[in-house]
Ligand binder design. Structure first.
Ligand code: NAD
Length: 478
């Protein structure tokens, strides 16, 4: 039996048996390839109780022992990358290379947070009165509810679980019902590496709204960390406010990708191909609008077309595929409709990639569009597909006006060969995460924080770790 099939069987068996099951569909043909327990709303209290007990057990370990567990999880994920990556490909569709990237990114997050676990520290200071000493201590926030999307079913769970555990919390993960296996891999890895059972508990469910509402109302769940769409994030933010819970939100993006001059074109194309194609464009940090200075627009389009026409969409497990199917036929149809609408409004299709024969309706060939205007949906909305909408500008002021004209504020990219000019553009962008002549911006040590409607709260880095702690100040009279 191949390694990933054995691992899937183990994940399914490990998950607590319930009376109901959730089907996990094979992205290649829509057939059921795994069935996991479908957690019912009235089981929630038991999960929270067990997580609270596991958190106490975790708290009795030294920080060094906890750090070693997290580090071991990172090593475990890396060691088993070839067994885990096909599972992500099957449930999500992404090509194996992208699935491997995701597993290794998750591994790095666990290792980095393992190191940080040793360093969760407060401070000591003098009080206002003679003889007073003040300890400012950071305690675990408590049992955290993590709600995660389908596009990175393992690495987004890794962010929340590794950080929560490093801070001393327990984490209950409500994964996307489409892709529950990535989260179960994390739970499995933690158990294999000696973490207490239920410290990370995964609750796949066919009733996300009801289950999440019940958990937010639970008195022992003080914090929600959510990654997903802006519309669901807004709803959960309101719900959390009603129960006075901390809500940490990572929502949708609409990243501009700016190219300032001809000397930057080659590096920009390399960066764009990586950042846009990762997971077939279904990434919140994916460049969504390409803004190119008019002086280099022809050169840029020529080079981009040279790359995109060679791209092949196909079965994610086939090494000849550059891109896998989108998450569903409906997602591909939405993307096709956006392109048709942009064409009807005056945009021009410069080129398309190809799709392998015999694919599903979720196959979508990448496409480059020129002459895109800010009023078009393909520019204004998050596309979540490999569409490259190109718009030209003539001045830096116009470029900044175009880039910042969005309610999203997650990621942005700037490529330019004149450092003073590109740095000045970076400085005036209203986004929480900027790639300057580089697109590799998602790293465990780099704080990830959406501005405006892309969310609030910080993920990753020391600042992200602090979010999973509660501050306690003690004033001593000694
Ligand atoms: P989604 O909002 O539909 O679902 C996300 C999660 O919320 C899933 O687990 C889902 O089951 C749950 N959910 C859905 N409705 C709910 C409700 N009423 N109550 C409680 N839970 C509910 O998002 P998606 O389609 O899975 O993911 C795509 C979106 O995620 C995109 O907009 C993308 O930009 C965003 N995203 C953001 C980041 C980031 O870090 N900012 C990262 C990845 C994805």
């Amino acid at each position: 039996m191949s390694e990933h099939v054995a691992l899937i069987e183990h994940l399914v068996a490990m998950h607590r048996p319930t009376t109901r099951c959730l089907d996990v569909l094979d992205s290649r043909d829509g057939t059921v390839f795994a069935r996991v327990g479908d957690v019912a709303v009235d089981e929630v209290d038991q999960y929270v109780l067990r997580a609270s007990r596991a958190m106490s057990e975790w708290g009795e370990l030294t920080v060094h022992a906890r750090a070693n567990v997290l580090r071991a999880v990172g090593d475990f994920l890396e060691e088993h990358v070839e067994a885990i990556a096909p599972i992500l490909t099957l449930e999500n569709g992404k090509v194996l290379d992208h699935a491997r990237w995701e597993v290794l990114n998750g591994a790095e997050i666990f290792r980095w947070m393992g190191e940080q676990a040793r360093a969760v520290r407060g401070s000591v200071r003098h009080g206002a009165a003679p003889g007073q000493r003040v300890d400012v201590d950071r305690r675990p926030a408590g049992v955290v509810l993590a709600v995660t999307p389908w596009n990175f079913s393992l690495s987004l769970v890794a962010r929340k679980v590794a950080t929560g555990l490093a801070a001393g919390c327990a984490v209950v993960v409500k994964p996307s019902e489409i892709t529950p296996l990535g989260a179960l891999v994390i739970e499995h890895a933690l158990l294999e590496c000696g973490a207490p059972r239920d410290l990370c508990a995964v609750v796949p469910t066919s009733e996300p709204a009801e289950l999440v509402e019940r958990m937010l109302a639970h008195p022992d769940v003080p914090m929600l960390t959510f990654t997903g769409s802006t519309v669901v994030g807004r709803h959960l933010s309101e719900l959390a406010a009603r129960h006075l819970k901390i809500a940490h939100l990572e929502l949708g993006g609409n990243a501009p990708f700016i190219v300032l001059d001809a000397d930057a074109v080659d590096a920009a194309i390399d960066g764009l191909m990586f950042a846009k194609l990762l997971n077939s464009g279904q990434t919140c940090t994916a460049p969504n609008r390409v803004l190119v200075h008019e002086s280099c627009a022809d050169l840029f389009l020529d080079r981009l077309a040279g790359q995109v026409t060679r791209l092949r969409t196909g079965d994610g497990t086939d090494p000849r595929s550059d891109l896998g199917p989108l998450i569903s036929g409906a997602a591909a149809e939405r993307a096709r409709a956006r392109v048709r609408e942009a064409e009807a409004q005056g945009a021009r299709v410069v080129c398309r990639g190809v799709a392998a024969d015999g694919g599903t309706d979720a196959f979508f060939e990448p496409v480059v569009l020129d002459g895109v205007e800010p009023g078009m949906a393909v520019y204004a909305e998050e596309n979540f597909a490999p569409i490259f909408p190109v718009t030209t500008f003539s001045t830096v002021g116009e470029c900044l006006e175009l880039a910042n004209r969005t309610r999203a504020g997650l990621a942005a990219y700037v490529y330019g060969s004149v450092p003073t000019e590109s740095a000045a553009v970076v400085d005036r962008l209203d986004f929480g995460l900027v790639g300057h002549n580089d697109v590799r911006i998602v790293q465990p040590s780099v704080p990830f924080s959406g501005w405006k409607e892309s969310g609030h709260g910080i993920e990753l880095g020391e600042l992200g770790l602090a979010e999973y702690t509660a501050v306690r100040s003690t004033v001593h009279r000694v």
